[in-house]
Each structure stands twice: as structure tokens, then as C-alpha cells.
Design a protein around this ligand. Structure first.
Ligand SMILES: O=C(CO)[C@H](O)[C@H](O)COP(=O)(O)O
Length: 279
């Protein structure tokens, strides 16, 4: 068991790496040609795993980034870069890999800790198969349990005060405009020229909590179901995109969906746990 902060950090990195290599082994088939690459520190290992397959496999593939960080990763690994804007209408990526800030029991995700959520959602929903790769810290029964910073919401800067008002009205506790990096004055500016608001809510309910006379999940008692909250947030004027990647259970998740078809977690014991959404 990791005891020092240094050992814990090493364990987390090992977990990310294990999950990434396993996910790429299982889901990057040699016949695939179009691959989405997400953002964040876990995706670095996804790109490592892909590059390790060698040019005989990867030279036939084209890689689509979710922002400036993944664009750099793709180029630095010597992989073929293409933009999602160039994906012809009616066509899809074969697979997309991305990380997450938190993953619940139904594989709904919080994303956007790295401020890339808008392009990440476009790439994930453009893929036939969206695969989430994470370490053990990201697993939670309900979104908002472990990730306390809030749901990242990408907003038009001029609308930020109005969006904050509405979020408070909806019960968000202390929603805040994300500041820039230390030493940089002002807000975080996304790759799309927008700002991010982080909006904390009480842990979000799942269908199993709201069905059969359970909690309402409509925010009336301060508790929201993931899908009800997501549908309300995206309708706030000035909101460009939200960092909830969600969907109803029992639906076909393999095409145009925000939820992953599989989530790979590197565990603290050195194993990789693979989860699929409930049917
Ligand atoms: O959503 C994201 C960026 O917008 C990332 O996928 C998420 O923040 C996870 O990052 P990391 O792998 O560094 O923990």
C-alpha cells in the first residue's frame, strides 16, 4: 500500500498507464482508420500505447484531437493528425479514447477538469465506440461524491454572471468562474475562447434512486438526477456545453452517445477493472 504522497502519485500514474494500455489493446483494432484522442494526463498513456504499436499499424490511421493539448500529443508521437471539422457528414470515428474526472455506477461522467469538455463531447459523440480510461480515484457511486470542484460548464464570457445567477437558483453551492493558471490574471480561457464555470451540486441521483417512489430528482429538494440536471443546464442561455456526459440506461450506447461503451480503471492493486453501462 502507498504510504507517502510520492508513492501515492506513483501508484496513480501506474494505474493510468495500465488502464490505457489495456483499453488500447482491447479497442484499437488494426482495421480502424479514424481514432479520437481526448485530453488530460491519462490520455498521454493512451497515445504512448498507440505509438508503441508502431507505424505498421498506426500509419494507416488518422487521429482526431479534442483540443490543443491532444493535438500536440498526436504530433509529438508522430501520428497522423486530422481535425473533426474534416470528418465528412454522415461518417463516424471508429473509436475515441478519453479520460474523466469522475465516473458513476451507470458510467455517466464528469469531464472538463482540463477545460476541454466541448471538443471532447463532439469527438466522443462522433465515435462508434467511446472508451473512458481512468485511475481508481475516478470511480464513484454518484457524480459529485469524489469530484467536489463542481460540474465544469463552458460559457460565453459575457453571459457568465447570468449563468452564475441561474446556477445558484438551481441549488448549486458556490458556483465559480474558473481562474487562470497561477500567475495569470483573469479567467481560464478555453480552446474555443470561452470561460469555464465550476458548479458544485449535491451527489447526482441515478434511475435506481428515483424509480419506485424514491427521490424526485428534479432539484426541488436540492437533489438532481443526472439526466434532469443535464437537460436543465444545457438550456441556460449562454451555456455552450456542459461537462456531464450522460445517457439513459437501456439505450443503444454505441453510436452518437455521450456515455462510454466501456470504462477502464487502473486499480490500486495493479489490476484493470473494465465496466460497461447497465442495460
Ligand atoms: O475532461 C478532461 C479534460 O477536459 C479530462 O479527461 C479529465 O479532466 C481527466 O483528466 P486526467 O486524465 O488528467 O485526470
Amino acid at each position: 500500500m502507498a504510504t507517502t504522497a510520492e508513492e501515492q502519485a506513483k501508484l496513480v500514474e501506474t494505474s493510468k498507464r495500465l488502464a490505457a494500455y489495456q483499453a488500447v489493446k482491447d479497442y484499437l483494432l488494426p482495421e480502424y482508420t479514424r481514432v479520437g484522442i481526448g485530453s488530460g494526463s491519462t490520455v498521454v498513456y493512451v497515445v504512448d500505447a498507440i505509438a508503441a504499436l508502431g507505424p505498421e499499424v498506426t500509419s494507416k490511421m488518422v487521429f482526431y484531437p479534442t483540443g490543443s493539448q491532444s493535438e500536440e500529443l498526436i504530433e509529438a508521437a508522430g501520428l497522423n493528425l486530422q481535425y473533426i471539422s474534416k470528418l465528412p457528414a454522415g461518417q463516424q470515428l471508429d473509436v475515441a479514447f478519453d479520460g474523466a474526472d469522475e465516473v458513476d455506477d451507470d458510467l455517466n461522467l464528469i469531464k472538463g477538469g482540463g477545460a476541454c469538455l466541448w471538443q471532447e463531447k463532439i469527438v466522443a459523440t462522433s465515435a462508434k465506440r467511446f472508451i473512458c480510461v481512468a485511475d481508481f480515484r475516478k470511480l464513484s457511486p454518484r457524480l459529485g461524491t469524489a469530484w467536489k470542484k463542481g460540474i465544469p460548464i463552458e460559457v460565453l464570457p459575457m453571459a457568465a454572471p447570468r449563468v452564475l445567477d441561474e446556477l445558484r437558483r438551481m441549488g448549486s453551492q458556490n458556483p465559480r468562474i474558473r481562474p487562470g493558471l497561477p500567475g495569470k490574471a483573469g479567467a481560464t480561457v478555453t480552446d474555443n475562447g470561452m470561460w469555464i464555470i465550476d458548479a458544485p451540486f449535491a451527489p447526482l441521483l441515478l434511475p435506481k434512486d428515483t424509480e419506485s417512489g424514491g427521490q424526485a430528482g428534479d432539484g426541488s429538494n436540492g437533489l438532481w438526477a443526472v439526466d434532469v440536471l443535464a437537460d436543465a443546464l444545457i438550456k441556460i442561455p449562454g451555456v455552450a456545453e456542459i461537462g456531464l456526459f450522460y445517457g439513459k440506461n437501456g439505450l443503444q450506447v454505441a453510436s452518437g452517445a455521450q456515455k462510454p461503451v466501456a470504462a477502464y480503471f487502473g486499480m490500486a492493486d495493479g489490476t484493470v477493472e473494465v465496466r460497461s453501462p447497465p442495460s
